[in-house]
Write a protein that binds this ligand. Structure first.
Ligand code: GGG
Length: 361
């Protein structure tokens, strides 16, 4: 019997509801299969924790987390704490300290879901976004001075290293090969950003030359954002910097019909340079406006659970979970309000668990 230790970080807002439902679903899947078990430990690190302790997580948190096989995270951020404090107090240190340099975010229209684009179906919207996850605009380099004075200055420096660009490009081309994809599209802005994105483009071209079997192109981020809407069928694997990847994948979520659907995996695919466990989370945040109402869509978190199972080596179990999710979207009987229905988080969770049970009977 294979055994995995998962750390649960529900975080803030709807993170609690979706992680509880996610674990209930993963545990049922493990039980139905009978060939692996999931042991969990939950920590209450969050904005509420910050208000009590003055920090988002304890000083030894990053050491504690290394004892686990994977992190299953809900959402970070709540209006009670400035967003830059919560993000830099938890999510970004985990990604950077463990060098989880790949943020993998599928943007795929699920069967049965009506996206906002007229005449576009699941065959048109099937993009894998690869977001550089450790530097770029999120490097955390900069400062403020002369606070409160009329001449106050704030500087935020983007950091782009050949090393990080090269590995995210290589990962994207390898992913394209592995997944039978045809093309890698690079998001750039080398017309205005004459240093960082010129290096980005140069490294993109160098790495692309090693993969003659994979087509490639590049678009300035503004044009690419438009292309997501006008030509989504021409996009296959899309690689972007930390900020561009973040923005494009919210757009991707919108094209999928709801931000309650896209998942996200924070990975370091090179065992030799891994400093901690991979982290799996929905793309969405804590959604304070619907927190506590029981109406959050748990499907993004379930899908993140599928990515976690895949990472742990439980690929077949992950595929079954994905089939269960797609069964529910195809049948269309249970829909949370973000998808135009009235179902609760728990009803959606029950529907997926019911589909899992049917798939196993
Ligand atoms: N599900 C994780 C979460 O809370 N995401 C919200 C967020 O602000 N993320 C920032 C980022 O991924 O860069």
């Amino acid at each position: 019997m294979r055994h995995y230790r998962i750390v649960l970080l529900p975080g803030d807002g709807i993170g609690h509801d979706v992680i509880a439902e996610g674990m209930k679903t993963l545990n049922l899947l493990a039980e139905l299969r009978g060939d692996f078990t999931l042991e969990t430990q939950q920590f209450d690190w969050s904005c509420a924790y910050y208000l009590q302790h003055g920090e988002m997580m304890p000083k030894d948190a990053l050491k504690i987390l290394t004892e686990f096989d994977a992190i299953y995270l809900g959402a970070v951020g709540f209006p009670t704490v400035p967003d830059h404090i919560s993000l830099w107090g938890m999510l970004l240190p985990i990604r950077q300290t463990y060098d989880l340099y790949v943020n993998l975010r599928p943007a795929r229209l699920l069967p049965g879901i009506q996206g906002p684009l007229r005449d576009r179906g699941p065959e048109d919207i099937n993009i894998i976004c690869v977001r550089e996850n450790t530097e770029g605009e999120y490097a955390g380099v900069g400062g403020r001075t002369h606070r409160g004075r009329p001449w106050e200055v704030a500087q935020q420096t983007g950091v782009f290293t050949r090393h990080a660009i090269e590995r995210i490009m290589r990962y994207s081309f390898e992913l394209a090969r592995r997944e039978g994809r045809q093309k890698v599209t690079s998001a750039t802005k080398s017309n205005a950003q004459q240093y960082s994105y010129v290096l980005w483009d140069e490294v993109h071209a160098q790495v692309a030359a090693e993969y003659p079997d994979i087509q490639t192109d590049k678009w300035h981020i503004d044009a690419l954002a438009a292309r997501f809407v006008t030509h989504p069928h021409t996009l296959d694997v899309v690689v972007g910097s930390n900020l561009f990847g973040d923005i494009l994948t919210d757009l991707g979520g919108a094209l999928m019909g709801s931000l309650g659907l896209p998942p996200s995996a924070n990975l370091n695919p090179d065992p030799g340079t891994r400093h901690g466990p991979a982290m799996f989370e929905p793309v969405h945040g804590s959604a304070p406006d619907i927190a506590g109402k029981g109406i959050a869509n748990p499907l993004a978190t379930f899908w993140a659970g599928q990515m976690m199972l895949d990472y742990l080596g439980e690929r077949e179990a992950g595929q079954t979970l994905m089939r269960a999710i797609e069964t529910v979207t195809t049948e269309g009987k249970v829909r949370t309000p973000d998808l135009g229905g009235q179902a609760t988080t728990w009803a959606m969770g029950d529907a997926v668990r019911d589909a899992l049970t049917r798939l196993h009977s």
